[in-house]
Design a protein around this ligand. Structure first.
Ligand code: UT7
Length: 335
């Protein structure tokens, strides 16, 4: 007797939520000692979107969830699981997934948050795919969403030029066949020895919020940019190459490379190492900056809007970020 039938899982739709307000490089020139030229040359970023005061991660996540449900014609009551990848939850508790469940009226769904910064969405995507793949669920929402402006110090030029708000949601469903979309192999890796190079020092159990932590601005993101950069340019291509090799693939088999949008120089270095021309690389960091767990669903949305994806295409996703953490994953596009 078979209790459950394993199946293929695929991405059936993509929704997004991006706040309309812009923070341009020219705006930042008036706030900190920086220049449009420096930011563009060192990062590729021209602008980021920021929420108005009071707009939360669950507000944006619910907007992205309703967007993908509308596009796919699935009703909120049919959603069974909601996974929210975020490091900017509305509150430490409850989980943002619970707030989203209530806001969208997904009355029969359970859910949880997944917190591993920039790698969050790719890890959440694979986690969600397991619940579809093992035959337990037919409609899983995986959301990557951030209000990074809530943890960024707009007096710190080393971080405030990079991050933005926004993200998106994917609906995962069973797939009738590999050519109609499926998840492939993945390779994930973390290295906690580099944890201090990108962190929010205060507000957790290590250093609960106090007047002193507030005065020292320790509740904001602190980053050793060079250390993270070095890790990224080494690790992201390394995982991609190893993943391709163990699947007997090369860069030329990839139709679209969708990397985490952290820095244009990291993206181009990875593409070069994989032997991929930039036409096969999704770049939208100029429009959104680094939205942490939000970058990959936003990149998927850009790929669809630019008609860069067709049924049967092979996608290589790559990520890296705080943890330190990194990952590479293969997926076949299904629509
Ligand atoms: O999703 C993961 C999140 N994080 C990352 O991916 C970050 C990875 N790292 C980076 O993207 C880059 O390291 C940064 C963009 C953060 C910085 O670029 P960099 O080329 O590594 O610059 P740097 O930190 O080595 O600094 C070079 C110079 C320094 O001046 P001196 O010491 O050479 O005089 C900095 O003080 O640039 C200065 N600098 C700036 N100048 C103008 C640093 N930030 C700025 C700024 N504007 N915003």
């Amino acid at each position: 007797m078979t209790l459950r039938k394993p199946t293929l899982a695929r991405i059936s739709g993509v929704g997004v939520a991006v706040p309309p307000k812009l923070l341009t490089n020219q705006d930042l020139e008036k706030m900190v000692e920086t220049s449009d030229d420096w930011i563009v040359e060192r990062t590729g970023i021209k602008q980021r979107h920021l929420v108005e005061h009071g707009v939360t991660t669950s507000d944006l996540a619910a907007e992205a969830a309703l967007d993908v449900l509308k596009k796919t014609g699935v009703s909120p009551e049919d959603v069974e699981l909601i996974i929210v990848a975020t490091i900017t939850p509305d509150m430490h508790l409850p989980a943002t997934a619970c707030l989203v469940q209530h806001k969208i009226g997904a009355t029969r769904a359970w859910g949880f948050d997944l917190s591993i910064a920039c790698s969050g969405f790719l890890y959440a995507l694979q986690t969600g795919a397991q619940f579809v793949g093992n035959g337990v669920h037919k409609n899983v929402l995986v959301i990557g969403m951030e209000v990074m402006s809530s943890i960024i110090d707009y007096t710190d030029r080393a971080t405030c030029i990079i991050f933005g708000d926004g993200g998106g949601a994917c609906l995962l469903q069973p797939s009738p066949s590999e050519q109609e979309g499926c998840f492939g192999d993945f390779l994930f890796e973390v290295d906690g020895s580099g944890g201090d190079s990108l962190c929010v020092p205060a507000g957790g159990s290590k250093m609960p919020t106090s007047q002193e932590t507030l005065d020292k601005r320790l509740h904001f993101v602190k980053q050793d940019g060079r250390a993270v950069f070095k890790y990224a340019v080494r690790k992201m291509p390394e995982l991609c190459v190893n993943l391709l090799e163990r699947n007997n693939l090369t860069g030329s088999d990839i139709d679209l490379f969708i990397p985490h949008q952290a820095n244009l120089r990291i993206i181009t270095a990875s593409a070069e190492r994989l032997g991929l021309p930039m036409e096969k690389v999704l770049v939208n960091i100029n429009e959104y900056g680094n939205t942490t767990a939000g970058t990959l669903p936003l990149a998927l949305d850009s790929a669809l809007k630019r008609n860069l994806l067709k049924k049967g295409d092979l996608i290589l996703f790559a990520t890296m970020g705080a943890g330190l953490s990194a990952g590479a994953a293969l997926a076949r596009w299904g629509f």
